[in-house]
Design a protein around this ligand. Structure first.
Ligand SMILES: NC(=O)c1ccc[n+]([C@@H]2O[C@H](COP(=O)([O-])OP(=O)(O)OC[C@H]3O[C@@H](n4cnc5c(N)ncnc54)[C@H](O)[C@@H]3O)[C@@H](O)[C@H]2O)c1
Ligand SMILES: [Zn+2]
Length: 351
């Protein structure tokens, strides 16, 4: 079992980060940002911490850059800017920066220390917690990576102020997921929210982080319990990948895709895990309130199902799901008969 990662909050968290950096006496310090967090977060971060990094490393924003070519660029940058085994990398950004930056740090000279400062809601409640680092391979998500905890994670909701609304909503999907898989009360509170502004959501970040940390601590390498975090993700990832590569489709954010995935998998839960129909309807209604319906044609569905067969969690060609017996009661390793998939998309499309 791995040690509990050091997660701290707000300005005190940043102060603790500075202390730990000083204590570790790194030979050099790098801050990775993307083109958006460079604009919106970097100056404030440097001002608040008074850090003077050796270099700022900037990657292009966006999932399409969560690829090997960006890693190669960053390994070269680290190397030419004098990084050694006793250097450290601070990832200041969303899940793309924390996933990719973590992977770059874990592989550079067989691993240097790294720190996560998540600046999107999704990275705060999900991506920066749990030690999964990695990159995509072609259209397939997170195929290459390492499980390694950062030295420290500092979560500060003030970054959310500059975050576009749809990005906030994307992270909110993971919070709803946390309620669905583990805590009916939390689900109830979130689904009753009238609006999801940073000011409202900041109160719900800690419970989500605590929930994810608890699951990860018990099962860091996803042998059992951790699989529950994949609720909505088996179909959700396939949908996300499909909309990412289809040039004439509007891109879906991660949370938007898994919001669809959760509705589809709620339907599968009725059929395979005994979830009550009215609970599945409640799940659909809740997601519909926050996420407008996405048109998915029959030919889209065919391509999505083809991608599904590539999903990394499939064992021996079988598609395994995490489903729900009830809200807060997940059911792992459920094999779903393929003929139910089309019905699930019909359930999603219906009013
Ligand atoms: N490691 C894990 O356990 C885990 C879990 C969930 C998701 N993920 C990964 O996380 C990624 C998605 O994360 P994300 O939604 O944070 O995406 P992201 O990193 O692409 O950030 C979303 C957008 O917001 C911008 N941005 C970030 N912070 C900002 C701020 N404060 N103000 C203004 N703009 C800002 C980014 O530049 C980007 O354009 C996916 O690649 C997903 O696979 C990983
Ligand atoms: Zn997710």
């Amino acid at each position: 079992m791995q040690n509990q990662v050091n997660i701290s909050y707000g300005p005190e968290g940043l102060a603790a980060l500075v202390q730990q950096l000083e204590k570790n006496e790194y030979t050099s310090l790098y801050v990775l940002v993307d083109t958006n967090t460079e604009t919106h977060c970097l100056a404030q971060f440097l001002e608040q911490t008074k850090l003077t990094p050796t270099s700022i490393l900037t990657m292009k924003a966006g999932e399409e850059n969560k690829h090997l070519h960006t890693c190669e660029y960053l390994w070269n940058e680290l190397s030419s800017r004098g990084a050694d085994r006793n250097s450290a990398l601070i990832n200041l950004g969303g899940g793309v920066v924390t996933d990719l930056g973590g992977f770059v740090a874990c592989t550079f000279k067989r691993g240097i220390d790294f720190y996560n400062i998540p600046t999107t809601l999704l990275a705060m409640v999900d991506a920066s917690v749990g030690g999964k680092t990695g990159i995509d391979l072609g259209p397939l998500k997170n195929q290459i990576g390492i499980i390694q905890e950062p030295q420290q994670v500092v979560i500060d909701s003030t970054w959310l102020v500059s975050l576009p609304k749809e990005e906030l909503r994307s992270g909110f999907a993971e919070m709803l997921k946390h309620g669905l898989i583990a805590d009916p009360n939390y689900w109830g509170e979130l689904r009753a929210l009238e609006n999801i502004s940073p000011d409202v959501l900041k109160n719900y970040i800690k419970p989500s982080v605590a929930l994810k940390s608890r699951v990860v601590l018990e099962d860091p390498r996803e042998k059992g319990l951790r699989k529950i975090l994949n609720f909505g993700h088996t179909l959700g990832h396939a949908i996300e990948s499909y909309f990412l590569v289809e040039k004439d489709k509007k891109r879906l954010l991660h949370g938007e895709a898994i919001a669809i995935g959760m509705v589809l998998e709620a339907f599968l839960s009725i059929e395979c895990s005994g979830l009550k129909l009215n609970t599945a309807e409640e799940i659909k209604r809740t997601f519909r309130r926050f996420y407008p319906k996405v048109e998915i044609t029959n030919s889209d569905i065919e391509s999505i199902l083809a991608l599904l067969r590539h999903d990394k969690k499939n064992k021996a060609g079988k598609v395994n799901f995490v489903l729900l017996k009830a809200i807060g009661v997940p059911d792992i390793d459920i094999e779903v008969p393929q003929e139910l998939f089309l019905k699930a998309f019909e359930f999603y499309a219906s009013a």
